[in-house]
Design a protein around this ligand. Sequence first.
Ligand code: DC
Length: 198
Amino acid sequence: MVFTVAIDGPAAAGKGTIGRAVAAHFGFAHLDTGLLYRAVGAKGGDPVAAAEALSPGDLLRDDLRSLGAGQAASRVAVIPEVRAALLAFQRRFARQDGGAVLDGRDIGTVICPDAEVKLFVTASAEVRAHRRWLEVGGDEAQVLAEVRERDARDTGRADAPLKPAPDALLLDTTDLSIDAAVNKAIKAVETGIRQGRA
Ligand code: DC
């Protein structure tokens, strides 16, 4: 069975948690596509060459979750050749047998415009910054400034900017618990499967 769930949204909106939970519930494979850009940013040197040579081992570095790695990822993600180098791998992952969940910024719009289910997970910048601050600590105002900076770069870039696909289900987690958002996401996938899109 080929079945793709595309989850997009800004940093720290909860899309990773929702993606992992949906994948576990249905036994689908899961790819956090942000890790690809984080690994390219962390490699240093020429980002296009780094993206073209990216290997699974590069995704295992333990420094990819830091705020600095997120900023570096957002910077290399504006380069069209970097995005192009990562496209085929993501599409193959999405159409593998057994179902797949991908989360990122452009999954429903560019990578998998034909995904059977599309979700756009968002929340206010303040709530997202607070969640990220609980994970990483430090100065909360600084975390909020970095979230805003990354939002501006990810939504403002010319190539594959962050935006909801027209047919995406919007999940705003500002006032919705992650458990409630996971339940809504699971319902949307069940509906997609029932409607014979699998
Ligand atoms: O989801 P994340 O915070 O790990 O993503 C890090 C950066 O990578 C994000 O700020 C923009 C970029 N990114 C992207 O451009 N497209 C994706 N599909 C995923 C991430």
